[in-house]
Design a protein around this ligand. Structure first.
Ligand code: ADP
Ligand code: MG
Length: 237
């Protein structure tokens, strides 16, 4: 298992955002955390990333207890909804950033950035600045940057949420192809049932900080485990 979440809880004040969640995510899979707004998806993702500390429970990454490990030691790549590209850096410099920090030799960085730009189909745009790119292109740069350091796990929080419907559709099929090529374990958060259905191997349905059901898109759709899942993803919406 790439990720094991073991009875993890997190509260903010009196609000239980994540409530004793247990979850296993297989290596190389593409998994959606699906649920309505406020259900605790982002908090769960941030707990896996190490951006939040659990009140209780454990998080295992590739077989090791990572519960108390710092973010930078978790070997994770992230992409958030609102692009966090460095505005004053070119596309190449953005993608290279994590490699520079790790003091990778210049020549290796150049090769790796070329490979990544090809992977996200942005060859030729390396010298542009984020302001000179479309929203979809910026998210592809963010993905290339996240992948640059060869993370064991890629975490995406509503990565296409801010984009218009057509671009979102394009990026979905593109992410699926990318995943089939790179095979990095990927967990992405969405509140969009269609996106989860179309893109993922497994769907984790989250409601009020708890896991309602885990299953393939077909299982979740055809055999909803709870009335909530039936209402949220089932055929009679
Ligand atoms: P989702 O991503 O499913 O929309 P979140 O995990 O962002 O849900 O949030 C779940 C709940 O926890 C929300 O009600 C939100 O207001 C609350 N919450 C999240 N982060 C914080 C925080 N840092 N401080 C206080 N409340 C928070
Ligand atoms: Mg969220």
């Amino acid at each position: 298992m790439a990720i094991v979440v073991e009875r993890v809880s997190k509260r903010f004040g009196n609000f239980q955002a994540v409530d004793a969640v247990s979850l296993e995510i297989a290596s190389g899979s593409l998994v959606a955390l699906l649920g309505p707004s406020g259900s605790g998806k982002s908090t769960l993702l941030r707990l896996i990333a190490g951006l939040e500390t659990p009140d209780a429970g454990k998080i295992w990454l590739t077989g090791e207890d990572a519960t108390h490990r710092q973010v930078q030691d978790r070997n994770i790549g992230f992409v958030f909804q609102h692009y966090a590209l460095f505005k004053h850096m070119t596309v190449r410099q953005n993608v290279a950033f994590g490699l520079e920090v790790r003091k990778v030799p210049r020549q290796r960085i150049k090769q790796r950035v070329d490979t990544l730009l090809e992977l996200v189909q942005l060859q030729g745009l390396g010298n542009r600045y984020p302001a000179q790119l479309s929203g979809g292109q910026r998210q592809r740069v963010a993905l290339a940057r996240a992948l640059a350091v060869e993370p064991k796990v890629l975490l995406l929080d509503e990565p296409f949420g801010a984009l218009d419907a057509r671009v979102r559709q394009e990026l979905r099929s593109w992410l699926r192809r990318l995943h089939d090529e790179v095979h990095v374990t990927t967990v992405f958060v969405t509140h969009d049932q269609e996106e989860a259905m179309e893109l993922s191997d497994q769907i984790v349905v989250i409601h009020q900080g708890r896991v309602e059901q885990v299953g393939s898109p077909a299982e979740v759709y055809d055999h909803p485990a709870t009335p909530f899942v039936m209402g949220f993803v089932g055929p009679v919406n």
